[in-house]
Design a protein around this ligand. Structure first.
Ligand SMILES: Nc1ncnc2c1ncn2[C@@H]1O[C@H](COP(=O)(O)OP(=O)(O)O)[C@@H](O)[C@H]1O
Ligand SMILES: N[C@@H](CCC(=O)OP(=O)(O)O)C(=O)O
Length: 344
């Protein structure tokens, strides 16, 4: 039987100090703990920190886009060298995996990514993923590495997704750690305060957003403190951080990919009748569509929104936006087949 997949994400704030330098003792400690469980899992690490690690090489660095990209180009090598140095004493090699959103929205490329990782795992190697900041443009960026880690975990059907953070976990208003969180609660994002560390992109809002998506897609997640002694090992046993359990998810692997990793090309707003039909797992028909936003072609991914503009489903469309706009009142015209539609 194949070993379960474990995805662990480390944010910039977790692995750099205030000056933005990579913190050796933290990376050494990550290697120690990951090495301890290496033989039980197929592991993917998702690590930020390239921009922070490379920024001191760019004169007059002001966080402008090209400066961030140039910093990432330098920093990625520094980052991977550190991981490589600290995993070496345990006889573990690591591999670099720079990802772009297109690799996830194109199902063929996404499946190739999985095959590549399988080959690495077969050889005992741990892939370390990061966004390919050097080339990714604004439109095609991941929102941050919390999203990237979640797309990998959901798309690969991981058994567990761990998010490290610079705090001990999700804290309540009294700064006490919330040990277990039900992410189906719509008020969840209210837990995230405005502040976040200077270093990272995502902060807690992003971790909660993607934890919720992961849970919805059947993947358990734990948000744990990088400064907690044996934080990774404890998080694996629910003994540290905030545990967010998976909800039951009967969605197929293909549709999980659809719901999590795809590139949304447009939106259609539906009426109440269509909403009810979708809830009963029927296909979406043009008669129930009220309006169309964006340009999409047959086979592309669209969001389906309700009267409140809340996303209720994502789907692969059977019709282009142009032709849908021309046929809004047509009876029996299928916009998306039930099998290509995931309720969210
Ligand atoms: N309810 C909350 N509980 C814990 N941290 C919170 C909360 N709301 C906001 N934060 C902030 O979120 C940040 C955690 O993310 P951090 O580890 O810094 O991000 P990243 O992984 O993106 O680098 C902390 O700076 C913390 O102050
Ligand atoms: N890809 C960037 C990090 C982007 C990012 O998501 O940062 P963080 O919010 O700290 O996880 C880097 O390597 O610096």
């Amino acid at each position: 039987m194949k070993k379960p997949i474990l995805v662990i994400k480390f944010g910039t704030a977790s692995i750099t100090n205030k000056e933005g330098d990579l913190t050796d003792h933290v990376i050494a400690d990550i290697a120690r703990q990951v090495a301890e469980v290496h033989s039980y899992y197929r592991i993917v690490l998702v690590s930020s920190g390239a921009v922070a690690a490379g920024r001191s090489y760019i004169s007059n660095y002001k966080q402008r886009l090209s400066e961030r990209k140039a910093a990432a180009a330098i920093g990625n090598t520094l980052l991977l060298n550190k991981y490589s140095d600290y995993f070496r004493p345990y006889g573990i090699s690591i591999a670099q995996s720079l990802c772009e959103r297109n690799h996830f929205s194109n199902r063929k490329q996404f499946l190739q990514l999985k095959k590549t990782y399988e080959k690495l795992w077969d050889n005992g190697i741990i892939p370390i993923a990061n966004e390919n900041d050097v080339v990714s443009n604004l439109e095609l960026k991941f929102s941050d590495n919390d999203e990237l880690a979640t797309l990998i975990a959901v798309g690969f059907n991981a058994s567990l997704l761990l998010f490290s953070t610079s705090v001990p976990g999700v804290l309540d208003e009294n700064n006490a750690i919330i040990r277990e969180l039900d992410t189906s609660d719509k008020k969840l994002l209210g837990l995230a305060r405005k502040e976040k560390s200077d270093a990272g992109l995502g902060g807690m809002t992003s971790k909660l957003t993607y934890t919720r998506l992961a849970n919805q897609m059947g993947i358990k997640a734990v948000i744990f403190g990088i400064n907690t002694q044996d934080g990774i090992l404890k998080a694996l046993k629910d003994e540290a951080g905030t545990v967010c359990n998976a909800r039951f998810c009967s969605v197929s692997a293909k549709n999980r990919w659809l719901a999590s990793g795809s590139l949304i090309k447009g939106k259609v707003k539906v009426d109440l009748g269509a909403e009810k039909a979708l809830a009963k797992r029927f296909s979406l028909l043009a008669v129930g569509v009220q309006s169309v936003v964006g340009d999409f072609e047959v086979g592309e991914v669209i969001e389906i929104i309700d009267h409140d503009d809340t996303t209720i489903a994502v789907a692969i469309t059977k019709i282009s936006s142009k032709s849908l706009k021309e046929n809004l009142n047509t009876q029996n015209l299928e916009v998306a087949h039930a099998n290509d539609l995931v309720l969210v």
